[in-house]
Design a protein around this ligand. Structure first.
Ligand SMILES: NC(=O)C1=CN([C@@H]2O[C@H](COP(=O)(O)OP(=O)(O)OC[C@H]3O[C@@H](n4cnc5c(N)ncnc54)[C@H](O)[C@@H]3O)[C@@H](O)[C@H]2O)C=CC1
Ligand SMILES: O=C(O)[C@@H]1CCC=N1
Length: 282
């Protein structure tokens, strides 16, 4: 699948998120020669290069590494923390080819903010991915900037599809999407942690409880990943009438777990809005 991708892709800042997309793309067959990454730390650069067989540039003077990678790319993925994204965009601006598409995966950084930091007319796409992208199981949103033509959006869709399911959304839905799928893997891992702790409370050895919780959440995830899977139907198939699971779910409902999850997601979305306000105009 990744063999259909002919563009040269630069990952500027290659930590958890950009690293996951890079891993997903290479696993899908994107040739390593079409990929460049940059990181701050030279040791990390050497490790990444060894692990993935891609060119990884590092520099104590990061400006040069980022400019060099961006200048040779058709598509640039900005993957540093929100607070650093606009400085990075300004750093690479002199090196960008006019047609190079700049994709930002940063939470809370709007298309307007990105376009203001980049050369006039530069195609920009805002994306909100998630870390299962490393397994080709991510969810990655795309929202078009002013100069991202339908053709460039299609190109981005093709590239990011190698890392998972791509959905195109209006930019005003990014914070909501992020509160479900961007942060969502952490919620699932948190559930696994809580299930393990519950097992220990019920008298199981900690290692066994962790194994049970981890494999159960992973197994349930595999079932959900099957074509046509429906969470409600799968839950009902575990829940015998008047049985044990029914009692657990009733307790979750009585204690307001759905409301707690909704409140957490709302807090995530509101935090994104607050970060946008903090960083706008910087
Ligand atoms: N971690 C996640 O699950 C998700 C993260 N994001 C977004 O992805 C972005 C990155 O987040 P993470 O990957 O979690 O952070 P991270 O800290 O794991 O990765 C960022 C990497 O960029 C490097 N870096 C920083 N400044 C640099 C520069 N000027 N040049 C080259 N490398 C530089 C850092 O050393 C680090 O390795 C953030 O903007 C975040 O909002 C979006 C969706 C999900
Ligand atoms: O926690 C964060 O801010 C980022 C955005 C979505 C997931 N991680």
């Amino acid at each position: 699948m990744g063999n259909n991708i002919s563009q040269h892709i630069a990952f500027l800042g290659c930590g958890s998120m950009n690293g996951a997309i890079l891993t997903g793309l290479l696993a899908a067959g994107v040739p390593s020669g079409q990929v460049t990454a940059t990181v701050r730390d030279p040791e990390k650069a050497a490790n990444l290069a060894k692990r993935h067989g891609v060119q990884v540039l590092s520099s104590t003077e990061e400006t040069e590494a980022n400019r060099q990678a961006a200048g040779g790319a058709d598509v640039v993925l900005l993957g540093v923390k929100p607070v650093g994204i606009l400085d990075l965009a300004r750093q690479i601006s002199p090196a960008l080819k006019p047609g190079t598409v700049v994709i930002s995966v940063a939470a809370a950084i709007s298309i307007d903010m990105l376009e203001a930091a980049l050369p006039q007319g530069q195609p920009v796409i805002r994306s909100m991915p998630n870390t299962p992208s490393s397994l080709g199981r991510g969810v990655l949103s795309i929202s078009a900037g002013t100069h991202a033509t339908a053709e460039l959006m299609e190109q981005a869709r093709t590239i990011l599809s190698a890392a998972g399911t791509v959905v195109e959304i209006p930019e005003d839905q990014v914070d909501a999407l992020s509160a479900v799928s961007g942060s969502g893997p952490a919620y699932a891992f948190y559930l696994a942690e809580a299930m393990a702790a519950a097992g220990v409370k019920l008298g199981l050895e900690e290692d066994l409880a962790k194994l049970l919780a981890t494999q159960t959440v992973a197994g349930a995830g595999y079932m959900l990943a099957e074509e046509g899977a429906d969470a409600t139907a799968l839950r009902k198939a575990v829940t015998s009438p008047n049985g044990t699971t029914e009692r657990a779910i009733a307790t979750f409902d009585e204690q307001g777990l759905p409301d707690i999850i909704a409140a957490g997601a709302q807090a995530a979305a509101e935090r994104a809005g607050a970060i946008t306000k903090e960083l706008d105009g910087r």
